[in-house]
Design a protein around this ligand. Structure first.
Ligand code: PLP
Length: 421
């Protein structure tokens, strides 16, 4: 009884993990399920780049297996800084970057380093895990629900009423779970808002508003969807922006665990102290390999192009399939893919009746219908903070075989066609 602290005892479980239990039960009972819930890559379909794999092995052979420096090896820091300067025109110094075991510890450390208990963190929903990081930092969350019309991205207009209260604003592009991205104008408007707010705070000597800019998917953007960041848009954003980035998505290397944060040195230093105690460093051999790999510019871009081609094939084919269904009058709507490994799809089937005579009344009913009737597992936006009753879903394509795409579409089409008013 009461073994756990209040904070940990009240940590919310992940809805995706709960769904995974149900999916596994169905699979074990012999049912074929297309599991599109996992925000990860199947390494058979999406292996890490071969050149990178060889460098990891080489680093182990060279016995690079002791503690790395607390903020990352000099080699990896300098390679990442060079990469950012060359490809994102972002100029940072070695005291403004921190390497850790992926993006997660860095986001956790950023929340812990900026927020005092009861400070407010502002973010939009649907979004990934901000609620958990807010809980763990004892902060208060201000969640604003975005709209499909805005591609589920927050706008300056929607943030403006809350900006004065917030100590931290968490932004992400390309966004998990939607696969959508900021346009230059939308991000620029948010920057203008943050800069004006910080001018106001400076004039009354109030703590500044910081922005976490999670761009972990930026290298796997769509062909016609350029990635923008606050600091390139408005250099005045530099003192307020903390970037989260890493290899997990760009190189399909989610299990390799190398991430980086860069931004104001004071915050980076605080995060370094915290993560040093946790020991959440990236493994040293992987750091050494990342450093060498990132220096092979041509190879890196060839590998990213190959990954993007594989992702686009899946995203675009699914999107076209959903568009076809919509044009046939079926109750489904898909936002054109922009980046990352996700599609936002709306199944407008609340109020319809299943072939078994059941009325679909809730988000859970939609999820269950798609799972049992179509054999498709997808994650409702309620798992990403949206209110109950949403009919929007995340489809993740990182584990989807190319040959399965027509089958997935066909099964969804049959299930939607079988519904009655
Ligand atoms: C938006 C976003 N940021 C950060 C992460 C964390 O990445 P990592 O695996 O490097 O911890 C994820 C992982 O799913 C993500 O979706």
């Amino acid at each position: 009884m009461h073994a756990l602290s209040q904070k940990i005892g009240s940590l919310q479980g992940s809805e995706i993990i709960r769904l995974a239990g149900e999916i596994n039960q169905l699979i074990q009972s012999g049912k074929k399920i297309y599991n599109l819930t996992i925000g990860d890559f199947n390494p058979t379909l999406f292996p890490i780049p071969l050149a990178f794999e060889e460098l990891i092995i080489e680093a182990y052979q060279q016995k690079q297996t002791n503690y790395p420096p607390a903020d990352g090896t000099a080699e990896v820091k300098s390679a990442v800084l060079q990469f950012l300067a060359t490809h994102e025109q972002l100029e940072y110094q070695s005291n403004e970057i921190l390497i850790a075991g992926g993006g997660r510890p860095l986001i956790y450390a950023a929340y812990q380093s900026v927020l005092n208990p009861n400070d407010k963190v502002l973010y939009s929903v649907p979004s990934w895990n901000n609620n958990h990081y807010a809980h763990l930092s004892d902060s208060q969350k201000i969640e604003i629900e975005t709209t499909a019309e805005d591609g589920f991205m927050p706008t300056a207009h929607s943030l403006e009423p809350y900006i004065k209260e917030a100590r931290l604003l968490a932004l992400c592009s390309p966004l998990n779970p939607t696969g959508t991205m900021f346009s230059k104008q939308a991000l620029s408007d948010i920057c203008t808002l943050v800069i004006a707010e910080n001018e106001r705070r400076k004039s009354i000597d109030q703590p500044l508003l910081y922005v976490i800019y999670d761009q972990i998917y930026w290298l796997i953007n769509g062909e016609h969807n350029p990635h923008y960041n606050p600091v390139s848009i408005s250099p005045e954003m530099k003192p307020y922006t903390l970037f989260i980035d890493g290899i997990s998505k760009a190189f399909a290397a989610t299990g390799v665990r190398v991430g980086w944060a860069f931004g104001p040195s004071e915050i980076i230093n605080g995060m370094k102290s915290l993560l040093g105690h946790i020991g959440a460093w990236a493994p040293k051999p992987e750091q050494m390999a990342t450093a060498k790999y990132l220096r092979h510019d041509k190879q890196v871009w060839t590998d990213i192009a190959a990954l993007k081609k594989n992702l686009a094939l899946r995203l675009n084919n699914l999107y076209s399939g959903f568009e076809g269904m919509r044009m046939d009058g079926l109750p489904v709507y898909c936002i054109a893919p922009q980046g990352a490994i996700y599609l936002s799809v709306q199944f407008s089937i609340l109020g319809k009746t299943t072939p078994q005579g059941q009325l679909i009344k809730t988000t859970e009913d939609i999820t269950a219908y798609l799972l049992h009737q179509a054999g498709i597992a997808v994650v409702p936006f309620t798992a990403f903070g949206c209110k109950p009753g949403t009919d929007w879903y995340r489809i993740s394509i990182g584990t989807l075989h190319e040959q399965e795409i027509p089958l997935v579409l066909q099964q969804i089409k049959h299930a939607l066609s079988a519904l009655t008013e």
